[in-house]
Design a protein around this ligand. Sequence first.
Ligand code: ADP
Ligand code: ADP
Length: 226
Amino acid sequence: MAAIEMKNIVKQYGDGFPAVNDVSIDVADGEFLILVGPSGCGKSTLLRMIVGLEDITSGDMIIGGKKVNDLAPRDRNLSMVFQNYALYPHLTVYENIAFPLRLAGASDSEVDKKVREASSTLELDEHLERKPGNLSGGQRQRVAMGRAIVRNAEAFLFDEPLSNLDAKLRGQMRTEIARLQKRLGITTVYVTHDQTEAMTLGDRVAVLKRGVLQQLATPRELYENP
Ligand code: ADP
Ligand code: ADP
């Protein structure tokens, strides 16, 4: 069963050209899917419809076998990793990772167990008492992913998470995200306008143009058949 099924998804803002026009994509369990295309092609809109931050004009969004068209973001069990990582600067790494568990009313011992598991997976054990301001960009990204892991999210969603970084750090983070995604085996949808990212990060690449799905293929297939 696909983790995320987009079935004939349309988004129409006002009465112009549809921002997303009849897009159907199945994202397999554990797959890393890249959404790529030029500015304005509809990738953020599509991602926001997966998360539930944007209503769908027509079509069906199915997550974990369940139709979620009318579900609020909080009920979709997804985890969005934003460009600025959305960490709380006044909280330690430990409390940043623990935050969703505290919100959900978990006991201290449960919080501790999950935070330690996540920080071990993400190699953050040494940094649990630090504040985000003292971390590198890569470490901050891992804290954001830690917060996603403890929530047992069905999937990670990334919206151009690296676009504010310099070229060197961007390259490092790319490698790191790809490695973590494989280690965690969690279904991931990643939006970028960067061709290099698209061709190096994912299992498959969905190319959008003016809201229409142009190609859906592995990087190798795209490379051999552009
Ligand atoms: P991308 O992420 O690929 O840059 P977007 O999904 O942001 O593209 O936008 C796709 C199209 O939808 C663009 O033409 C954009 O101007 C339009 N659009 C995006 N958000 C809105 C909105 N809230 N209201 C009206 N039009 C929008
Ligand atoms: P609100 O102010 O609407 O209560 P919160 O930030 O407290 O918003 O989040 C409420 C719920 O929304 C969270 O428990 C979570 O399920 C969901 N949520 C918040 N941020 C994200 C995110 N980045 N990705 C996915 N779901 C989120």
